[in-house]
Design a protein around this ligand. Sequence first.
Ligand code: PMP
Length: 366
Amino acid sequence: MSFPPIRPELAGIEPYGAPQLDVPVQLNVNENPYGPSEACLDDIAAAVREAARELNRYPDREFTALREGLAAYLNTDGGHGLEARNIWAANGSNEVMLQLLQAFGGPGRTALSFAPTYSMYPEYARDTHTTWVQGKREADFALDLDHARELIAEVKPHVVLLPSPNNPTGTALPPEVVGVLCEALAEASGGLLVVDEAYGEFRREGTPSALELLPAYRNLVVSRTMSKAFAGAGLRLGYLAADPAILDAIRVVRLPYHLSAVTQATALAALRHADELLGKVDELRKERDETVGWLREQGFTVADSDANYAFFGSFEDRHAVWQGLLDRGVLIRETGPDGWLRVSIGTADEMNAFKTALLHTMEELA
Ligand code: PMP
């Protein structure tokens, strides 16, 4: 056997991750471009200092205070009567969803999504030995409800992963879809529908959160993160809201003390500054709509976006366009179907730099 003795199906696979390059304008991983204020930093520093006094002890394994804080926050954004008993958290929503597949996927079980979609989903499936099945989306990246129902009836998945808005396209799920799919799943397999609302706070006016439907469907799980709207990508805190019985199943597979005392203290301090940290969401949504409009004026095809990014195309050689932007100090993302590119929404200055770099690149390539 060759060295190291890795599982054969993992041999030669590149680890997932966008390039981390030191360039002036970073618009490639859908971060919030605004950092915390001095007051918020002071509060985080004081909270971490207090937590550090007891670093010789393991942290609260149940992170109860944090779950209470997250429940209270969700009740201001679509949740109804959520309590700590409905909330689970981990180091990023990636870990939350991996735990879901550890508990509800596994050998002999199936997870389903609809492409193009978030490229980590098949990795959660691979890493938990869950069979991965991918349906398709319409040409405009909307979900075809009939196709989705048919596939659920045929595949009988144990978990369906559906981001709303979808990454990389920005497409939100229409409100009626979530309920219909929960019912279809309940009938086909008793499986769970995980609506991944990593970018949920950026949804457009009139698009409801799936949180509103939690009281009606006990096989619904809604996942959120502090990485995006909450401006906390470096914090690594993702969470979900669901029926308490679902949390009990996750507790079986979670590692003990998986959320460090420092993470818990930082996340709680950030929640105390929720108004400030979320304060730029409206501005980013305006900048998003403006960017989508501008790209369309330039003649590009742009997917409707409920997120903090725009997905646009189509290019004969998207890599050349990506490289042209990078040469001009603007890093965006080559992801999703061939010919398309994704740009995260940054500050007004960053978006101006992006637009100028794109125009120059297109001129150069013409
Ligand atoms: N879901 C979607 C759709 C995402 O795009 C991302 C991050 N790119 C995540 C989940 C995971 O985010 P995090 O682990 O930072 O919470």
